[in-house]
Design a protein around this ligand. Structure first.
Ligand SMILES: NC(=O)c1ccc[n+]([C@@H]2O[C@H](COP(=O)([O-])OP(=O)(O)OC[C@H]3O[C@@H](n4cnc5c(N)ncnc54)[C@H](O)[C@@H]3O)[C@@H](O)[C@H]2O)c1
Length: 403
């Protein structure tokens, strides 16, 4: 039976939902498995994923079995599968670097990170753990703003030949220098910044595209988000948000024929409301003009449990990263990154990215879409032609994975 050996960096709420899900779907059948885009990908069901290594820095998680750590404070996401059996994998102390923002110390322990008093590993230590555990895919779930820490773990993944799924807005897959390093090493990469199942970003993108397709000129828009988990608490430090704002704003701008000027688009995390826990609320407002220059506006309120919403995407990204690895495909996976992530190497309309994902799963090399959609300096999308042209430019075997 083929399995997927998974390593986690950050055993927070998103990791909790993912690990619960791996167990939750164990007894399901394709017909009663709710909440998945794919029951099976390349022969792998969700429960074929096994956690073989995990790193965190919180005293209440380090040294615990992963099955216990996912329910330790300050995690506060919905428990939809309380009886996750012991994994036999102990959460190891990670390298702190810039993972924990100073302002987190101003909040009570049940709400914030408490850094463990354990020796931090070197790069060689982390690479050794990845190699010895047999990890094939590493998922990065660090807090927003963990620039150095993300680069540290990405470096470890590269050296160990482990595929990297980057769920956070630190640019790795969408940074050409990093992308080239993964491509040269033949290591698959999916990133950056998870675009949740039905979250604020995908909803805002779909509506922006709807306005454009129906001839409505969008003049102004905002997307205000707030929640009560450590992700929102961490994001109260505005200095950590630069790449998050770029990632979320570009994801919407890319759907518009003409980009909005900076003062007419406001998208970002807005506040922290402790009692909301992992519930996230987003308010979206869009003001536009339709036939005859006549104004219209749309108001939307979305309420969703944040972490299962992201796990529903990561459960597919992991399986696709594994397939790429088996097929010897290295570098950023263009279609999957565009479908699963807010800030991919190439922004594509979601319907096209989805087709590329399906084709990749079916074993076709990743197509270069003839639909040329490039971001200009302001982040606007330019579409040339719709359709596929499938040269072997990407996705054929580059370098075989050296392991
Ligand atoms: N829908 C979503 O939930 C969603 C969507 C897009 C992106 N993301 C991003 O995914 C990431 C994870 O989200 P989350 O809700 O699980 O966050 P979280 O705050 O619950 O978890 C972060 C974990 O990282 C640990 N950590 C901090 N520094 C570390 C280090 N240096 N090494 C190892 N571990 C460290 C913390 O102790 C904590 O357990 C965040 O950056 C978030 O913005 C989430």
């Amino acid at each position: 039976m083929r399995k997927i050996q998974l390593a986690l960096v950050g055993v927070g709420n998103c990791a909790s939902s993912l690990v619960q899900g791996i167990h939750y779907y164990r007894d399901k059948k394709p017909d009663d498995a709710i909440g998945l885009m794919h029951w099976e990908i390349g022969g792998f069901t969700p429960s074929d994923i096994e956690v073989v290594a995990a790193f965190d820095v919180d005293a209440r998680k380090v040294g615990k079995d992963v099955a216990e750590a996912i329910f330790a404070p300050p995690n506060c996401t919905a428990v939809f599968c309380p009886d996750v059996p012991k994994t036999g994998v102990t959460v190891r102390m990670g390298r702190v670097l810039d993972g924990v923002s100073e302002h987190m110390a101003d909040y009570p322990p049940e709400r914030t990170f408490v850094v463990a008093d354990a020796p931090e590993p070197t790069k060689e230590d982390v690479v050794r753990v990845l190699r010895e555990s047999g990890a094939e895919v590493l998922v990065n779930y660090l807090p927003v703003g963990s620039e150095e820490a993300t680069r540290f773990y990405a470096e470890c993944a590269l050296e160990a030949g482990v595929a990297f799924v980057n769920c956070i807005p630190v640019f790795i897959a969408s940074d050409p220098k990093w992308e080239a390093r993964f491509a040269d090493a033949g290591v698959p990469l999916i990133g950056d910044d998870i675009k949740s199942q039905v979250g604020a970003t995908i909803t805002h993108r779909v509506l922006a595209k709807l306005f454009a397709d129906r001839g409505v000129k969008l003049d102004r828009t905002y997307q205000l988000n707030f929640g009560g988990n450590t992700d929102f608490l961490n994001m109260l430090n505005r200095h950590r948000l630069k790449s998050k704002k770029i990632s979320k704003t570009e994801a919407v701008q890319a759907m518009l024929e003409q980009p909005l000027s900076a003062e007419n688009i406001h998208i970002g995390p807005s506040d922290y409301v402790p009692w909301q826990n992992d519930n996230k609320v987003a308010f979206i407002r869009m003001e536009g003009r339709l036939f005859g220059d006549v104004p219209m506006h749309l108001e939307l309120r979305l309420s969703v449990e944040d972490s299962p919403n992201s796990a529903g995407i990561v459960i597919d990204a992991i399986r696709i990263a594994k397939l790429a690895r088996e097929r010897g495909v290295g570098g950023a996976l263009i279609g999957p990154s565009a479908y699963f992530m807010k800030h991919p190497p190439r922004q594509l309309p979601d319907y096209l990215a989805r087709q590329m994902v399906e084709r990749f799963i079916a074993g076709e090399p990743e197509p270069e879409p003839a639909l040329e959609l490039s971001l200009n300096g302001d982040g606007a999308a330019e579409e040339a032609e719709v359709g596929y042209e499938v040269p072997a430019a990407r996705g054929g075997s580059r370098t075989a994975i050296a392991r």
